[in-house]
Design a protein around this ligand. Structure first.
Ligand SMILES: Nc1ncnc2c1ncn2[C@@H]1O[C@H](COP(=O)(O)OP(=O)(O)OP(=O)(O)O)[C@@H](O)[C@H]1O
Ligand SMILES: [Mg+2]
Length: 242
């Protein structure tokens, strides 16, 4: 199968500062889930920003479905089918659940298609269907989290990039969130996630991508990364030693 995303020799950095990402390579195919792990400041979020056009690559190639997207604007990249859930995942609290879902599909010209997708998102996240007219800010934390994923799902992207899905969430919500990610992935959407909780992230993924100091250390099937003793000590932290 050909690559959906093919990033080669990416170099990226901020403003006039030094290069943060050096010669980074990352590929993903349809329906795959890859989890990027590495210490704080390794450049994980920067890689996601460089894919989505939030940050323009300094050099290297980023191809999506065979088309060069490096240097394109974020909205153009989004329209190609890449959806980015950055660390701060905002909903619109003063809008209803239905309005929030509509915001996800606003760029679709075909309104019937937009409605179908929203309908499909509600089927996948049924709690929201009972609360379509409720203001989103009054939902529980878990329901708000469902709304974030349902809205992304309604966009029907081909690739979803998720930065730190579990950050700041209570343990029960972490499990729920990973269930949402699994649902999304099983619908054929490729997912690249960055996760501090390396154990949980790798469990959800087909492949683990280890990075440090802006470079790829290695990439392996996620279960091999989970079993690698050196990686357990280095990247999986205390939890691995128990
Ligand atoms: N907006 C910015 N301007 C300048 N430097 C930045 C900016 N954002 C990140 N950096 C720098 O780029 C490097 C990589 O940061 P990045 O956020 O990609 O790391 P990360 O692997 O996502 O870390 P964390 O696990 O803490 O989220 C860091 O040295 C950071 O200080
Ligand atoms: Mg980060």
């Amino acid at each position: 199968m050909t690559n959906l995303l093919d990033m080669r020799n990416l170099v990226a950095g901020y403003g006039y500062g030094p290069d943060i990402i050096h010669d980074f390579n990352l590929q993903i195919k349809k329906s795959e889930v890859k989890c990027i792990i590495g210490p704080n400041g390794a450049g994980k979020s920067t890689v996601l920003k460089a894919i989505t056009g939030v940050l323009k690559p300094r050099s290297g190639a980023v191809e999506f479905e065979g088309k060069d997207i490096a240097g394109k604007e974020a909205y153009q990249i989004m329209r190609q089918g890449i959806c980015f859930l950055p660390q701060e995942r905002a909903i619109f609290p003063n809008m209803t659940v239905a309005e929030n879902l509509k915001m996800g599909t606003y760029s679709l010209q075909d309104k019937r298609l937009a409605e179908e997708r929203i309908h499909h998102a509600i089927e996948t996240f049924p709690v929201l269907g009972e609360r379509l007219h409720q203001l989103s800010g009054t939902l529980s934390g878990g329901q708000q989290q469902q709304l974030v994923y349902a809205r992304a799902f309604a966009i029907q992207p081909k690739l979803m990039l998720i930065d730190e899905p579990s950050l700041g969430l209570a343990p029960a919500l972490v499990e729920q969130t990973f269930q949402h990610i699994a649902n999304i992935a099983s619908s054929g959407i490729a997912v690249i996630l960055v996760e501090q909780n390396a154990f949980r992230g790798l469990e959800a993924a087909d492949y683990g991508v280890v990075m440090d100091l802006g470079k790829l250390v290695f990439e392996k099937p996620a279960n091999e990364v989970l079993q690698d003793q050196r990686i357990r000590e280095l990247y999986l932290g205390k939890a691995a030693k128990q």
